[in-house]
Design a binder for this molecule. Structure first.
Ligand SMILES: *Cc1c(COP(=O)(O)O)cnc(C)c1O
Length: 361
């Protein structure tokens, strides 16, 4: 969070203008500053990432089946189901946990209309191969880019891949507006369409063009975003210091795996996912989780269960269809990672984690 004084200075003008929502001045400033980060002005800001994703799906008028990953947050597939589409789960890659292009192709049917991959933990998907498959089969590509704010590959923003990307600005993300999100689209014509969908389909004082919902970003949220953008580079640099310490301590330990950052990638260090091979490490994920908890360390089983195992989807999917995702969801643990995490605390966490492996042997 910014300092209280900085936030108050940013919202002070609202007490003069009394303009609190509906694309106010702060909304427009944030949109323009995000345009610089995203390398495009084709942006619509939303009240949250999930509704941005639902609006993208509506704007493309998708039908039928969409190929996606079960190794993600509930939002990804919920957006599809809530818009009347059928998620079809492809498996993920061992090395970076993103959707495996090799497993996409076999699942394409005449009903498939799009691919919805996730840049999970900020790791960019194999965007070139996914695009090749999509082009060959005439499918849209929509990225759940909620984890990848600020990530670039060879200087290109993570917002620039596929037909559209959804970003989340939830308070738990690297960049946030308390609650908020964005849809970034390749086709500039879609931006106004997205704004109509998030504002009841209103196109003028006396015209309602579509049955839209309400998903507008308010001015106080935009103000929080403007403040946080100023701190973003510092936030990421401090996360990197903690991240590098984790890697120094955990790389090369038998049975532990942390995906590496790809060639030419500038990362944003949103999470510290470590995959624990129980046989080689000497303790399984749940034992490590418990040992950390005893030491006062709050790790998260992120992502477990798989989406295809949710009670909400009971009987609809077989988690065994994506065996790699299923195994990784049993072996993955997200360790604490945030800007204020000190090197001493990272060392404390690593000591507790490594001791858990030794103790079980
Ligand atoms: C946070 C998140 C979302 C949802 O974003 P909200 O802004 O909370 O609606 C969607 N997908 C993933 C992968 C996320 O981490």
């Amino acid at each position: 969070m910014p300092s209280f004084e900085e936030f108050v200075a940013e919202i002070r003008p609202l007490w003069d203008t009394r303009w609190l929502s509906n694309r106010g001045a702060l909304h427009r400033r944030l949109e323009s500053e995000l345009g610089t980060r995203f390398q495009t002005s084709n942006i619509a800001l939303f009240s949250n990432g999930h509704l941005a994703l639902e609006a993208i799906i509506e704007a493309f008028e998708l039908t039928g089946e969409v190929i996606t990953t079960p190794f993600t947050f509930a939002s990804t597939s919920h957006a599809l189901v809530r818009k009347g589409l059928t998620p079809v789960f492809a498996d993920i890659r061992e090395e970076d946990f993103t959707l495996d292009p090799a497993s996409i192709e076999a699942l394409i049917t005449p009903r498939t209309t799009a691919i919805l991959p996730v840049h999970v933990y900020g790791n960019l998907c194999d965007v070139d191969e996914i695009q090749r498959i999509a082009d060959q089969h005439g499918l849209k590509v929509i990225y759940d880019a909620a984890h990848s704010f600020g990530v670039t590959r060879n200087g290109r923003s993570s917002a620039m891949f596929g037909d559209a990307s959804m970003f989340s600005f939830h308070a738990t993300k690297v960049f946030h507006t308390i609650e908020g999100g964005a849809a970034v689209v390749k086709d500039p014509q879609l931006v106004e369409r997205l704004y109509e969908l998030q504002n009841f389909g209103i196109t003028g004082p006396e015209s309602i063009s579509t049955v839209g919902g309400n998903a507008k970003l308010n001015e106080l949220a935009a103000a929080m975003g403007l403040c946080n953008l100023r701190m973003l580079d510092d936030e990421i640099a401090r996360r990197k210091t903690a991240y590098d310490t984790y890697r120094d301590r955990l790389d090369g330990v038998a049975g532990l795996y942390i995906p590496s950052i790809g060639e030419g990638v500038v990362h944003n260090y949103p999470y510290l996912p470590v995959q624990i091979n129980p046989k080689r490490f000497g303790a399984n994920r749940d034992e490590v989780f418990a040992a950390l908890a005893v030491n006062g360390v709050g790790a998260r089983k992120y992502f477990a269960p798989l989406v295809s195992e949710f009670d909400a989807y009971e009987g609809r999917f077989d988690p065994a269809d994506t065996p790699i995702a299923l195994r990784i969801s049993r072996e993955i643990l997200a360790l604490p990672l945030y800007a204020n995490l000190s090197v001493e605390d990272v060392n404390y966490i690593c000591d507790a984690l490594l001791a858990a492996g030794v103790r079980q042997q």
